[in-house]
Design a protein around this ligand. Structure first.
Ligand SMILES: Cc1cc2nc3c(=O)[nH]c(=O)nc-3n(C[C@H](O)[C@H](O)[C@H](O)COP(=O)(O)O)c2cc1C
Length: 215
């Protein structure tokens, strides 16, 4: 099994999101020590720009045609990222909430990979996701509390957005672990919420690939 870990916080050792994610990988290592982890830090790599050439290519593919030779150079790195994404059996995204949604680094990555013919296609009955039977875990942390019981719940555009974009690609088995609040109620609450999120993350890691590897 191969897992693609997409990191979307630039904070490295300071990151609360990554502290929770570490527990997921401890659990995974325990149950599936052979699992290969491909780490892609979208805050550190230079993602291809969506130039006019790259965007034109998207419309060509949407129209059901092949890329012409003049558009291919702009798509070389885009296709490499799409192939790397598709080569994984499952996904972990580590992303803090930024301005009620995802950090722009992750949005850029999604704009690169979520391409017609590769991740989805249009049919007469609507869009069809082409990434079938793959699981995703999304680990987030937030300064405030956006849980369903909180008055700020309606401002959580992060979880519904991630569900919508990867749902378009066909990834519907998505589990969220949201560590919150990290900043609003002080250090004691932060520590307690990181700890409880780590426990959930460790358990999720332990069973993440179990149903697949037993087949
Ligand atoms: C640019 C930026 C925007 C943020 N926007 C929000 C926000 O809209 N809501 C919120 O609750 N916290 C917000 N935060 C706080 C972070 O979500 C929070 O501190 C999180 O734990 C940081 O994760 P990290 O330590 O993994 O980087 C923001 C932080 C930054 C740097």
């Amino acid at each position: 099994m191969k897992l693609l870990h997409i990191i979307a916080t630039p904070r490295e050792d300071e990151s609360r999101t990554l502290r929770v994610t570490d527990a997921f990988f401890e659990g995974l290592e325990k149950s599936d020590p052979e699992c290969k982890v491909d780490t892609l830090d979208v805050t550190k790599v230079k993602l291809p720009a969506l130039t006019v050439q790259a965007v034109n290519g998207k419309y060509v593919l949407l129209g059901g045609k092949d890329l012409s030779d003049d558009l291919k150079p702009a798509w070389e790195d885009i296709i490499k990222h799409i192939e790397r994404f598709l080569s994984a059996d499952g996904y972990v995204i580590s992303a803090p909430m930024w301005n009620f949604s995802i950090p722009y680094y992750l949005k850029h990555y999604i704009d690169i990979i979520l391409q017609p013919r590769y991740l989805f296609r249009y049919t007469e009955t609507g869009p069809e996701g082409l990434v079938k039977n793959k699981k995703m875990a999304v680990i987030t942390s937030r300064g405030g509390d956006y849980s369903p019981e909180s008055p700020s719940h309606a401002y959580d555009f992060q979880e519904p957005y991630i569900k919508a974009v990867f749902g378009l690609a066909g990834i519907i088995d998505i589990t969220f672990i949201n560590a919150q609040p990290m900043d609003a109620l002080g250090m004691d609450v932060q520590k307690e919420k990181i700890k409880s999120s780590q426990e959930i993350a460790r358990k999720l890691g332990e069973k993440f690939f179990l149903d697949k590897s037993s087949k």
